[in-house]
Design a protein around this ligand. Structure first.
Ligand SMILES: *Cc1c(COP(=O)(O)O)cnc(C)c1O
Length: 324
C-alpha cells in the first residue's frame, strides 16, 4: 500500500534518492541549484520510469496479469526499465518498439536483452498501430490462460504520474531536513507524466514552489499535463489545483527534433560532468538541463532562492549515439 488511500504500490527502487546542492554549478551560475538524483533510483541505470512503474505494475499484479506490454522508440529508457522491473517481478515483458532512431543493438537495446524482454520493432509512426497490435496479442494470451497488461508510451497515465507526486513528497521532506525552501522544480518533459506528477506534487507538498516542464518533444504538453494532473488528483482523492496557470509552465527546447542531439547543449552536458561528476543524456536530460541553465542566465528564476532540477536518468543513450 502507498501513502495514498488504497492505491497499491510496489517498491522497486531504493529511496529516498539523493537530493543535494550542486556546489560548483551554483557558484558558476550564482544561483542556489539543487538536484534530485532519480537517475540513482537503484534499478538498472536508474531513471524516472521506475516511480511510475511502481504504481502501474502494482495495478497489473492486482489485475492478475502475467505479461507486460509497452512501447517507445528503439532506445526507450521506459521500455528498458519496464523490462528490468517486470523481470524482477517474474512477469514476462514484450516490447513493441517503433522502428525509429538507433535500432542497432546498442545502448538500451543491449539492456532490454539482458533483462530478458521480448523485443520487436514495428515500422509505423503511430503508437495507435502498436496499441492495436498489443490488444490483439492480449486476446491471444487470454485464450492461452494468460493475461496481458498494456502500458502506454512513457508510462504516462494518470496512475503512473502519481509516482512523481510521490517524488515531490520525498523532496519536500529532504528540503525540510536541510532547512531550505525550494521555490521551483524543473524537469524534462517527454510524454508528460513526470511533469504532471511534479505539478500535482508541488501543489500538495511544496505549495510555494512552481513547476516548469522542459519539453524535449513538440507535443502540446500544456494540455496533456493539465489533463493528467486533473485525473491524477482524482485518483488520490485530492482537489485539482485551481492555480495551475500560475504554478505550471512548459518551455520547449527540442532543437532539430525529438531524440536528435543538439550541438548547443553539449557544453552544458560536459560542464555538469566535469564540475559535478554527473552524466546527462542528449535526448532528455541534456536538453532539459541546458535549457534550465539558459533560463537561469536569462533571469527566469530571479527572486527565487533555491531551485531544483529533477534528474530523470537516460545515461544508456550515451552508448547508442553521439552528442551533438
Ligand atoms: C521518459 C524520460 C523523460 C520524460 O518523462 P515523461 O514522463 O515521459 O515526460 C525524461 N528523462 C528521461 C531520461 C526519460 O527516459
Amino acid at each position: 500500500m502507498s501513502h495514498w488511500n488504497n492505491l497499491p504500490q510496489l517498491r522497486l527502487g531504493v529511496y529516498p534518492t539523493p537530493f543535494y546542492r550542486l556546489e560548483n554549478i551554483s557558484r558558476i551560475y550564482n544561483k542556489s541549484i539543487w538536484i534530485k538524483r532519480d537517475d540513482l533510483c537503484g534499478v538498472a541505470l536508474g531513471g524516472n520510469k521506475v516511480r511510475k512503474l511502481e504504481y502501474l505494475l502494482a495495478d497489473a499484479q492486482k489485475q492478475g496479469c502475467d505479461t507486460v506490454f509497452t512501447t517507445g522508440g528503439a532506445q526507450s529508457n521506459h521500455a528498458m526499465l519496464t523490462a528490468a522491473c517486470a523481470a524482477r517481478l517474474g512477469m514476462r515483458c514484450v516490447l513493441i518498439l517503433k522502428k525509429r532512431g538507433v535500432t542497432d543493438r546498442k545502448g538500451n537495446l543491449v539492456l532490454d536483452d539482458i533483462f530478458g524482454a521480448q523485443v520487436e520493432f514495428m515500422d509505423t509512426d503511430s503508437y495507435e498501430d502498436i496499441y492495436a497490435e498489443m490488444r490483439e496479442r492480449c486476446e491471444v494470451l487470454a485464450s492461452q490462460g494468460h493475461k496481458g497488461y498494456i502500458i502506454p508510451v512513457g508510462g504516462s497515465t494518470a496512475l503512473g504520474s502519481i509516482g512523481y507526486a510521490e517524488c515531490v513528497r520525498e523532496l519536500a521532506e529532504q528540503a525540510k531536513e536541510v532547512g531550505i525552501e525550494i521555490s521551483h522544480v524543473a524537469s524534462a518533459t517527454g510524454s508528460g507524466g513526470t511533469t504532471a506528477g511534479l505539478v500535482l506534487g508541488t501543489s500538495l507538498f511544496l505549495p510555494q514552489a512552481k513547476a516548469t516542464g522542459l519539453g524535449v518533444d513538440t507535443d502540446p504538453f500544456e494540455e496533456i499535463v493539465s489533463e493528467l494532473v486533473k485525473e491524477a488528483a482524482g485518483l488520490v482523492g485530492q482537489p485539482v489545483p485551481t492555480d495551475m496557470d500560475s504554478r505550471f509552465r512548459m518551455i520547449y527546447h527540442v532543437g532539430a527534433g525529438y531524440a536528435i542531439p543538439n550541438a548547443e547543449d553539449t557544453p552544458y552536458i560536459e560542464e555538469l560532468a566535469r564540475q559535478e561528476g554527473i552524466l546527462l543524456d542528449p535526448v532528455y536530460t541534456g536538453k532539459a538541463w541546458a535549457k534550465f541553465l539558459m533560463l537561469v542566465k536569462e533571469g527566469y528564476f530571479d527572486g527565487q532562492e533555491h531551485i531544483a532540477f529533477v534528474h530523470t536518468g537516460g545515461a544508456a543513450a550515451l552508448f547508442a549515439m553521439d552528442l551533438g
